[in-house]
Design a protein around this ligand. Structure first.
Ligand code: EPU
Length: 777
């Protein structure tokens, strides 16, 4: 037998002086794994520990997997250090490790045996009867399914699979009792040629990993080599043209698929949302019916391969069918993260156009109303090589948000990013694809578009599932909030607050809630207290500057229902917290009540007007207030008369912790003509002294010595700008949004004005506008 390393190592590697299969499976050594946190390397570490070796490993970051391995005996280091090679008898490295890695360099320089992951795995497999599952798509699922079926069939297989497999317990396991070892073969780096299995199960072959292979022919060469090196049977998918062509000339093969020519043939297929029923025939003989507990046609194909192999290994079909019924997916393979009648959130590892298309088809087949997808491209090289193909992969997504490329140790390729894929998708006529360069915002884009009946899919081999997990956790809370506000209320996730502020800036609200009644509002207050969720009340958003990171927790918008009511009783007007002050002025006019005309000039609602004792035309809110109804921090209602309330210039402390429900204002019977004259006066003042552009009203409180607008004017700061935030040319106390300004720009401009006022005039300007929220993450 040739030493394994000679056959499959890169030319630069030396021929090994050791008999690697014997070294790994019959002796005990000190072995160091470079890049041990990777999904393939961690499985190898587990096998080596179970084989009795003393295993150490290094990686730039620890993971849950390295934590688990440490509990099994791995000595882990979060740095690659030369001494790791010195103390080891063998160094194994991942294909993600660069050749100048200090452990590799030291290992090679000191003459230590240094091998690739696949070489080590191939050598271990030689100790048993090896079964390799290979192909571009479905390897992890199929190798896990094979190990599961063989295990249920009593064969005690060892296994090595590239992901966490809940039903198998771990991604890799060495079982000394069994003869077989089932392994997922990785075709990405050509090391498939290392393997000399007894059986091979080949699923599909197409263009992929074009960073490593020049073309399809180069890929097929590696598969041909594997087929040639398989000593027993090659099981192959006859429905995949490339695979069928490659296997056609070989003698010892067994085919599977739906084609009439398949040895093991699937028929009478019935695809359900989360499972599939089908019949299996061996040539003309019906073996029986199978229920596969994972969805999608592609998985039925995979299962047919597993059935063919398991039957040939002597497991009765009945036993196989019973195992398939119990099979559960690997992590990240159509993994349900949240499920209710209203929403379904699923995560999938698909990152190749063929996989994406298959997963979206499966998603579509669940019968949910819409499919919303978030996609994180994986590797710059794949994004570039397959971008046209990606363009046609998302036809089954009603809405698509693409974020940036997950590099997986690759350096960036200029001009290749998430937009590359969006451009291709749009070129193909898709109308709802957008690019979100900020990874941490992708769940917001999808979450804000969410509607009842939607299925959300996260797609990609990087860390996109983290975004879906955030969405799933928030959706649980959003659904509870929805129960609180009932049918008439509204709950939205990640509502952009730029839509709800007059300044038109601000990031998203984690939960945007519109209760319609005082009771619902009180229940919200109690819920937030119990769940430790911050609660912020936002009216018309007219005196508000929300930072770009948005507002965490619940943003209550008292709007509609109880909050929009206006009642007139004699000369008193009671208005809900959500009523615009301007509407109060006009309701008063309709009843011939005067004295509230100044409210015409304030863009906010009653709640906001109370909270800051807003004013205009020399008047201010509390000059007209008779009483206020509010909820305390426990959600209990209270009514307080004006003489019980402490109020000052632009400040009403009671509402700093409590929540306004309504206010009663007093007015005086007045001639309609007089009211109209005052309203006109207010309108005229606004029209002539204030900008019409998007603003938050006056930014600063008026200092005692001089109106803030006049001061800014005298300081010559009118028209000064930061980005799209600009001091109005009309009024110095207004900052206007010239279109697309950020809160960061607004805040910088505010800061500049304050600094100038301080240094040039010794005046400390204080903001009147309320500044809230998180800085941009
Ligand atoms: N002024 C200038 N240059 C300017 C702006 C103003 O010289 O660029 C002078 C004006 O000529 C006037 C004085 O500064 O002599 C005060 O200006 P203005 O009459 O416009 O009143 P203000 O104090 O700036 C207040 C409220 C406004 C309200 C108006 C009209 C504050 C902080 N602002 O403005 O309220 O609309 O009166 O009644 O009290 C708001 O609070 O958001 C708001 C817009």
């Amino acid at each position: 037998m040739k030493p394994v390393s000679e056959e499959c190592s890169a030319p630069a590697d030396r021929v090994l002086a050791i008999d690697l299969p014997r070294f790994l499976t019959q002796e005990h050594h000190r072995i160091h794994l470079v890049g041990v946190a990777g999904s393939g390397m961690s499985g190898l570490a587990a096998l080596l520990i179970e084989l009795g070796h003393t295993v150490s490993g290094s990686d730039k970051a620890s993971t849950m997997e390295t934590d688990r391995l440490q509990r099994l005996g791995l000595r882990f280091c979060e740095q690659h250090r030369p001494e790791h090679a010195c103390t080891a008898d063998l160094v194994v490295f991942s294909s993600a490790i660069k050749s100048d890695n200090p452990v590799l360099v030291t290992g090679r320089d000191s003459g230590k045996p240094v091998v690739r992951r696949a070489e080590a795995l191939a050598a271990i497999m030689r100790a048993k009867r090896g079964i390799i599952v290979a192909g571009m798509h479905g390897k992890t699922t199929t190798s896990a399914m094979t190990a599961h079926v063989l295990r249920e069939g009593g064969l005690h297989p060892s296994h090595y699979v590239g992901a966490e497999i809940p039903i198998l317990g771990t991604n890799a396991h060495w079982d000394p009792r069994g003869e077989y070892v089932v392994a997922e073969g990785d075709e990405s780096d050509g090391t498939l040629r290392c393997f000399h299995p007894e059986h091979a199960l080949i699923l599909n072959i197409e263009e992929e990993h074009l960073d490593f292979y020049s073309d399809l022919a180069a890929i097929e060469e590696v598969f041909a080599r594997l087929i040639e090196q398989t000593s027993g049977t090659v099981f192959y998918n006859i429905d995949d043209a490339n695979t069928a062509r490659l296997c056609a000339t070989r003698k010892n093969t067994i085919s599977f698929g739906f084609s009439d020519a398949a040895d093991y043939r699937g028929a009478e297929l019935d695809l359900h949302s989360f499972s599939s029923d089908f019949c299996v025939y061996f040539q003309e003989q019906k073996l029986g019916e199978a229920v596969l507990n994972v969805p999608g046609l592609h998985n039925v194909h995979n299962a047919l391969g597993v059935i063919a192999l398991a039957v040939e290994l002597g497991i009765p079909f009945k036993k196989i069918a019973a195992s398939l019924r119990k099979f559960e997916h690997a992590r990240r393979r159509f993994e349900i993260k949240y499920e209710s009648e209203r929403f379904l959130l699923v995560d999938d590892y698909a990152h190749h156009p063929t996989e994406i298309r298959a997963t979206l088809k499966t998603a579509r087949a669940t019968g949910r109303k819409r499919v919303l997808a978030m996609f994180q491209p994986h590797r710059y090289s794949r994004t570039q090589a397959l971008c046209t193909w990606f363009g046609g992969a998302f036809d089954d997504a009603d809405r698509l948000v693409v974020t940036d490329v997950y590099p997986a140790s690759e350096p960036p390729i200029p001009g290749i990013n998430g937009q590359t894929i969006v451009d291709e998708v749009l070129k193909r006529g898709h109308r709802a694809a957008t690019y979100q360069p900020r990874f941490e915002r992708i769940h917001c884009d999808i979450g804000n578009a969410l509607d009842v009946g939607d299925l959300v899919l996260s797609l990609g081999a990087g860390n996109i599932h983290e975004q879906l997990s955030i969405l799933a956790a928030d959706l649980v809370i959003a659904e509870k909030l929805r129960t609180i506000v009932g049918e008439s209320g509204d709950v939205r996730l990640y509502e952009p607050l730029s839509k709800h502020t007059t300044l038109r800036v601000g990031g998203p609200a984690q939960f945007w809630v519109e209760p319609q009644s005082e009771n619902a509002f009180a229940a919200l207050i109690r819920f937030c207290r119990d769940e430790n969720l911050p609660l912020f009340v936002m009216g018309r958003g007219s005196n508000l500057l929300v930072r770009d990171g948005g507002i965490r927790g619940v943003v209550v918008h008292p709007y509609g229902g109880d909050f929009d009511k206006i009642e007139i009783n004699g000369s008193e007007i009671t208005a809900g917290a959500g009523v615009k002050l301007r509407e109060v002025a006009y309701a008063a006019r309709a009843a011939n009540l005067g004295g509230l005309e100044w409210m015409e000039g304030i863009p906010g609602a009653v709640g906001g007007g109370l909270r800051m004792n807003a004013g205009a035309m020399g008047a201010q809110t509390f000059e007209n207030v008779v009483r206020v109804r509010y909820l305390d921090t426990e959600g209990n209602p209270h009514v307080k008369n004006r003489d019980e309330l402490e109020v000052s210039y632009r400040r009403f402390p009671l509402l700093e912790n409590n929540f306004a429900i309504s206010a009663t204002f007093h007015a005086q019977l007045t001639e309609r003509a007089k009211i109209d004259e005052r309203l006109r006066e207010s309108q005229e003042k606004r029209r002539t002294t204030q900008p019409v552009a998007k603003s938050a009203g006056c930014i600063f409180k008026n200092p005692d010595s001089i109106p803030a607008g006049k001061l800014v004017d005298e300081l010559g700061l009118k028209n000064s700008a930061v980005g799209k935030a600009r001091v109005s040319n009309v009024h110095g106390n207004f900052i206007v949004n010239d279109g697309g300004a950020t809160a960061t720009e607004m805040l910088e401009l505010i800061d500049r004005i304050k600094q100038t006022a301080k240094t040039k005039r010794g005046i400390e300007l204080e903001t009147e506008v309320q500044i809230v929220g998180e800085p941009r993450s």
